[in-house]
Design a protein around this ligand. Structure first.
Ligand code: NAD
Ligand code: MN
Length: 409
């Protein structure tokens, strides 16, 4: 369809979602066991994401480049069929980050939700039809990663895979895509640093830090799960951090006051538990009895070489690590195979920018936990993947550039 029709269809989809925001939030909360407050916020971002990409078809996509004897023109063309493979932690959000730019660029889509969370993706597919997106443009295909996911990765008619998930599966997606030279965008795991300098507003930093790792019960690729603290402020900060962590409201995800719900599965809880064996500085309370794969907010004093500081826990467990000076802070922050996000807390503006430039990660924030905004590029360095989602940069991953030379002779 024409760019303006595409724009109207994406707007219509945003409208369908907004009109059913509460229904979708309840569904997503049940789908992933997440808190209703978080689910409402996520559905709001899904609406914003589609609205943002609805403008994209109307933006100029190419260039004209004067050359000897004529002019070159570049066109942004759709890739064709794109396969979108998404995880269970933010099922609707991550689907929208990929679906928005895919549709804006004129592709058709096969979206495979994670095994544990197919519900909101199926509902999203229905809403695409209600918005008037032609049948067959958006296909929702639940199934096992090792079967359905793998088939998409290897399928000769699929032009691109947009993948979000673990670094381990990302590696196999990259390898499987090689057979057909498929394009890939990989948003993978993280082990991000929250760097607290002694000159920071320690109260503010400590109040924010728990939410940078315990939000979504720690099942967040951007979790700042290594809290690096300058040694001169370490004792004071740890005291404030424990106090703030004890204040995280853990409980029924359906209760709007709840800040942290249970983990996704029993199997995942077992994995998270395997990380807690060091110097536990704090372990919070969880609801007694009832259902839910509860795990307490946990702070472990660690060295950066400990397993809890090396591997992605993907649960409510933070490693607290001390550093001597700025150089050591940067060295520790970068001493990880990952490079997704991170935060820097200091009142020294020049230092904040120096450290932000030195940290090898795609998404950093100063005196804040924030990672994800619709209009700004999101993605990783190193083994956190490559390619960028969100922002207008995402369009590069869902289109092909064609150059046409036009002779003026
Ligand atoms: P996962 O890698 O186990 O699964 C992700 C998706 O890949 C699922 O849909 C799964 O079915 C599918 N899959 C599994 N095996 C496959 C295969 N062989 N071929 C093709 N597809 C396959 O990840 P998860 O457990 O669902 O989610 C947690 C992980 O996702 C964490 O590592 C987290 O850091 C990462 N994540 C990254 C981001 C990011 O933007 N960087 C965002 C959210 C989550
Ligand atoms: Mn998994």
């Amino acid at each position: 369809v024409t760019p303006d029709e595409r724009s109207s269809l994406i707007h219509a989809l945003a409208h369908e979602i907004e009109a059913r925001a509460e229904e979708l939030a309840v569904l997503e909360a049940r789908n992933a066991g997440k808190t209703i407050g978080d689910a409402r916020g996520e559905v709001g971002m899904v609406v914003d994401t589609f609205r943002y990409y609805a403008s994209a078809p109307l933006r100029p996509g190419g260039e004209t480049i004067p050359v000897a004897g004529g002019v070159d023109m570049t066109f942004r063309e759709p890739l064709g069929v794109v396969g979108l493979i998404v995880p269970w932690n933010f099922p609707l959000n991550i689907a929208s980050w990929k679906l928005g730019p895919s549709l804006a660029c004129g592709n058709t889509v096969v979206l495979k939700p994670a095994e544990l969370t197919p519900l909101s993706a199926l509902r999203l597919g229905e809403l695409c039809l209600e918005a008037g997106i032609p049948e067959g443009v958006v296909n929702i295909l639940p199934g096992k990663g090792s079967i359905v996911g793998r088939r998409l990765v290897e399928h000769p008619d699929v032009a691109k895979i947009g993948f979000t998930g673990s670094t381990e599966v990302g590696r196999s997606v990259m390898e499987g895509a090689a057979g057909t030279i498929k394009r890939v965008t990989l948003e993978l795991g993280g082990k991000s640093a929250n760097v607290i300098f002694a000159d920071a507003d320690l109260e503010k930093a400590a109040a924010a830090a728990p939410y940078a790792v315990f939000d979504n019960a720690g099942q967040d690729c951007c979790a700042r799960s290594r809290i690096l603290v300058e040694s001169s402020a370490y004792d004071r900060f740890l005291e404030l951090l424990i106090e703030a962590t004890a204040g995280v409201e853990v409980g029924d995800p359906a209760d709007p006051g709840t800040e942290m719900g249970p983990l996704i599965s029993e199997e995942h809880r077992r994995k998270v538990a395997s990380f807690v064996n060091g110097d536990v500085a704090f372990s919070g309370a969880v609801p007694e009895g009832g259902r839910g794969f509860w795990f307490p907010c946990t702070l472990v004093e660690a060295s950066n070489d400990d397993r809890v500081a090396r591997e992605e826990v993907f649960g409510p467990v933070a490693a607290v690590i001390s550093f001597a000076d700025e150089a050591e802070a940067v060295r520790l922050a970068n001493d990880t195979p990952y490079g997704l996000s991170g935060s820097i807390w200091t009142r020294d503006g020049a230092r904040a920018l120096r450290v932000a430039r030195a940290v090898e990660a795609g998404v950093l924030s100063v005196n804040s936990n924030s990672s994800v905004r619709v209009a700004t590029p999101f993605g990783g360095f190193k083994q956190s993947g490559f390619g960028r989602e969100l922002g207008m940069q995402a369009l590069e991953g869902y289109s092909e550039t064609k150059n046409v030379y036009f002779s003026l002779e």
